[in-house]
Each structure stands twice: as structure tokens, then as C-alpha cells.
Ligand binder design. Structure first.
Ligand code: HEC
Length: 250
């Protein structure tokens, strides 16, 4: 077979062009009617309300009984420090030297400004007028269960803010372990030292290293320390904290 096949009687070319043009105009007018630019998408900006939901919130609560990634807090004690509604008294993981060192590092960063390196609650911020922070060597805190320290860091306590944003649960437990070490160290007796180690009194170290004698005695709060809130508002904390025996006077 040769030549061009007979196409039969079809639509002539000029007519086709006309229909095409009409379609294009129709399509253009329809599309411009519902045009939406990318920079103008329907979405909820964080924290913005919505009248779509009856509670007016655009951020929706998690669907009941669903657990998002990293939210499966199976080990409740690890995350709360509470056992049966009470503060527990055990570590949720074994305390190694590494844990203690991590705890010491975190403690020195986050807690010393108020609690001081030895944990007597007379850190620099307190000396400059913040409410006296807890003294870890007071009889009540010496007897407090481990979960109490975790709880205080997790939920805050009186004038003390919580440290959940700064410290992961594992870090909070590491700090708990270090506070226990601090408590032991501050009440240590010569007999607590391992055999063969001869403990040296602080006063002698101070003398040898040319440090002021006061370094070996109890700290006193400087006159700059301020007790209570500036306008004596009741914040649920006694206005003046009575100092532990031998400690500084307000
Ligand atoms: C900004 C100062 C500040 C910092 C930093 C701070 N605390 Fe406190 N803390 C306080 C104050 C103040 C109190 C006493 C609360 C009160 O009397 O209102 C307190 C009390 C406590 C208590 C005693 C609670 C009780 O039962 O009496 C513990 C334990 C404690 N803090 C642990 C910590 C740990 C651990 C850190 C570090 C992660 C820390 N704090 C960091 C200010 C601070």
C-alpha cells in the first residue's frame, strides 16, 4: 500500500483551532477563580485558635490510647521517682563512676549557682538575694528518699524552678546520685576513708596552700543575702529560714 490513507470527512483544521482557543479561555477563567498561591496555604500557625473545633484549639490532643514515639514511659519510676504514689528510695539504674561524674558535672553547672558546690544552699545567687536554697545536709534532706531529689528537679519546689528542660531523666538521676555522694562527703568521718588513706583536715590543707582559714569553717551568709520576697508577699515559704546550727545568721 502506498500513499496517504484516506482520513475520511473530519473536522477541518481552522475549526479545530477555534475550539482549542475556546477551551483554553474557559480553562483559564476557571483556574484563576480558585487560584491559591503556595505562600498562602490554609494552615494553623502554632498556638493560633480555630473555630473549626468546639474547644477553639487548633492544636489537637493526642488521640486517646495512642503513644507517640519516645512517649512509651513504661518504666514509670525512672520518669517520676514515684512508687505507689510515694517518693521511692532507689536508683532506677546502677550507679557507676561514670554516672557520678556525669551527675557532678551537671550539678556543678545547674545547681551550684544556688546550692553551692558543697550543697549547703548558700550559692552565689542566694548570696545576692535569692531565697536560701535547700541545704542538703539538714537532717530532713539527709533522710529524704532518692525520689524526693528527683521529684524536686522534675516538678520544682517552692521558689525553685524545675529542671526538666535542662536535664533529661537520666541526668536528673545522675544528679541525685551525686547529691548522695555530697551528703556522704560532708558528713564523712576519718573511719570512712579506705584503709591506708590518711584523711587530712581542711584547715591543714588551707594552711599549706595559703588559703584563707575561713575555707575550713562553716559558711556565713553575707550581709547582701536577702530573705523573703521583696514586698513580703506570701509565697508559701517561711519569710526567714532559720540557719542550721553553726551556719550564718540572716
Ligand atoms: C535559682 C536557684 C536554684 C537553682 C539553680 C536550684 N535550686 Fe534547688 N532550691 C532553690 C531554692 C530557693 C530552694 C528552697 C525552696 C523554697 O524554700 O522555696 C531549693 C530547694 C531544693 C531542694 C530541697 C527541697 C526540700 O525538700 O526542701 C532540693 C533537693 C533542690 N533544691 C535540688 C536542686 C537541684 C538538684 C538543682 C540542680 C538541678 C537545684 N536545686 C537548682 C533554688 C535553686
Amino acid at each position: 500500500m502506498t500513499g496517504i490513507r484516506n482520513q475520511g470527512p473530519g473536522i477541518s483544521l481552522p475549526r479545530l483551532n477555534r475550539i482549542g482557543a475556546l477551551c483554553a479561555i474557559a480553562a483559564a477563567s476557571v483556574l484563576t477563580g480558585c487560584r491559591q498561591d503556595m505562600q498562602d496555604q490554609p494552615k494553623f500557625v502554632p498556638q493560633r485558635g480555630s473555630d473549626f473545633f468546639t474547644d477553639g484549639r487548633s492544636a489537637r490532643p493526642q488521640v486517646e490510647n495512642t503513644v507517640a514515639r519516645s512517649q512509651l514511659h513504661e518504666d514509670a519510676y525512672f520518669y517520676t521517682g514515684m512508687q505507689g504514689g510515694k517518693e521511692g528510695d532507689e536508683m532506677p539504674f546502677p550507679v557507676t563512676m561514670e554516672v557520678l561524674e556525669r551527675g557532678q558535672e551537671r550539678y556543678n553547672i545547674y545547681c551550684t549557682p544556688c546550692h553551692s558546690r558543697v550543697g549547703n544552699g548558700e550559692g552565689m545567687i542566694v548570696q545576692r538575694g535569692y531565697r536560701p536554697a535547700g541545704n542538703y545536709h539538714s537532717p530532713r534532706l539527709l533522710a529524704a528518699p532518692l525520689g524526693h531529689f528527683f521529684n524536686v528537679m522534675t516538678n520544682g519546689f517552692g521558689a525553685m524552678p524545675d529542671y526538666t528542660a535542662q536535664l533529661t531523666p537520666a541526668d536528673r538521676w545522675a544528679v541525685v546520685a551525686y547529691i548522695k555522694a555530697l551528703q556522704l562527703s560532708q558528713a564523712a568521718k576519718p573511719g570512712d576513708a579506705p584503709a591506708g588513706v590518711q584523711p587530712e583536715p581542711l584547715s591543714r590543707i588551707a594552711e599549706r596552700e595559703g588559703l584563707p582559714e575561713s575555707i575550713a569553717t562553716d559558711w556565713a551568709m553575707p550581709p547582701t543575702a536577702v530573705y523573703g520576697t521583696p514586698n513580703n508577699m506570701d509565697n508559701g515559704v517561711p519569710a526567714a529560714v532559720s540557719p542550721a546550727p553553726g551556719k550564718g545568721t540572716p
